[in-house]
Design a protein around this ligand. Structure first.
Ligand SMILES: CC(C)(COP(=O)(O)OP(=O)(O)OC[C@H]1O[C@@H](n2cnc3c(N)ncnc32)[C@H](O)[C@@H]1OP(=O)(O)O)[C@@H](O)C(=O)NCCC(=O)NCCS
Length: 333
């Protein structure tokens, strides 16, 4: 896969940030190949978790150097005790025993997350061999949401015809309430800004401006009202976020349809951030675009966390893993 011009631009920005990303899946050849590309291009510094001898042998066989890459074997790490103690302190009120903390800290996704919490890495990319739940649960428990009481959610960057779009939420929040959908829309707008876009956010439905009826439409209408009210808050005022709904996908994306269905909207026909009413719609939607529409897809990228932890699809190619590492670098503070 050749990278789009857009991804090449994100790569140039990532290089300037010089961040450290931890990759807990050192047993996976795709992850190791992606690590080699990232290190060689100077997109990030990397920590790979895994068996040192095996990883070194893999790199030696390929004739690749290990500059910019640190290999950490959690079982032998001098920091294991420190991380175990930290995990116990963070989770003892949730019923975690010292014994279970010692076991859990040896789980590579927990170990990587604890590295971030301790300031020894800036972000993590995992999921080539783990489910979304196993990858993101440590982050939800340890890193936590950036805004208290707010759900973390996720987005995909989809590149279609060279143009980037943010789709959200396609991976985490199964059936958001109106309040949660509004929060997802606002966090997705901030993700778009992080990834170099000017957000025009459409909250999607099977109805445009009241053309359809039902509880699901009412939820989206209410989410639009809540998000629009929040855009008046000082934290959002300067961000120049345009947001509207409820809109059908064609009214959101197609200027001709928008002119008929929502002529007064400053988002319809030009939306680049698409917010789905449920995980079902979002997950099916992004996969259709990827498989039938031939779009590049990067994600799911978590949004709304204090530090970035990102998931990979288990079918991810080396290029996808490189792209997600680049996005993770751009999400770091
Ligand atoms: C993300 C997900 C795995 C979390 O599930 P879980 O681990 O069972 O979550 P739990 O309810 O046990 O919560 C675990 C912790 O994470 C927190 N949490 C859960 N979801 C959260 C969210 N969206 N944002 C912030 N925190 C969250 C909980 O508050 C809890 O914290 P605590 O233990 O400190 O009290 C779940 O929402 C899920 O399965 N989503 C769908 C995933 C999926 O199948 N995606 C499609 C494929 S990509």
């Amino acid at each position: 896969m050749a990278y789009s011009k857009y991804m090449l631009e994100l790569m140039s920005k990532a290089k300037l940030k010089n961040k450290t990303i931890v990759l807990p899946e050192g047993e996976d050849a795709r992850v190791l190949e992606a690590a080699h590309i990232v290190a060689e291009e100077g997109l990030a510094k990397l920590v790979i978790l895994g068996k040192e001898a095996e990883i070194k042998a893999f790199f030696a066989e390929k004739g690749w150097g290990l500059e910019g890459i640190e290999i950490v074997e959690p079982e032998k790490s001098p920091r294991l005790q420190e991380y175990t103690k930290l995990l116990f302190e963070l989770r003892k009120d949730k019923g975690l025993s010292e014994e279970d903390a010692a076991k859990l800290a040896l789980n590579y996704n927990y170990f990587g997350t604890l590295m971030i919490k301790s300031g020894h890495a800036d972000g993590m990319v995992s999921g080539a061999n783990h489910s979304t739940a196993d990858t993101v649960r440590p982050a939800l428990q340890i890193i936590k949401s950036a805004k208290k009481g707010r759900m973390a959610s996720s987005c995909f960057i989809m590149v279609s015809g060279g143009k980037p779009y943010i789709l959200s939420d396609c991976a985490i929040v199964i059936n958001p309430t109106d309040r949660e959908m509004a929060d997802i829309a606002l966090d997705a707008a901030e993700s778009a800004i992080n990834f170099g876009m000017e957000p025009k956010v459409a909250l999607l439905s099977y109805s445009t401006y009241g053309s359809g009826k039902g509880e699901a439409v009412d939820k989206v209408k209410s989410a639009v009202a809540l998000a629009k009210a929040d855009l008046q808050l000082p934290e959002y005022k300067e961000l120049n976020i345009k947001l509207d709904g409820e809109l059908q996908a064609d009214a959101a994306l197609d200027a001709v349809v928008a002119k008929k269905k929502a002529p007064a909207s400053d988002v319809a026909g030009q939306a680049n951030v698409l917010i789905f009413p449920t995980l079902e719609a979002g997950n099916i939607g992004y996969k259709l675009l990827q498989r039938l529409g031939g779009c590049e897809a990067y994600g799911p990228l978590l949004q709304g966390l204090k530090a970035p932890v990102n998931d990979l699809s288990r079918g991810a190619l080396v290029e996808d893993i490189v792209g997600v590492i680049v996005c993770t670098v751009l999400q770091t503070k």
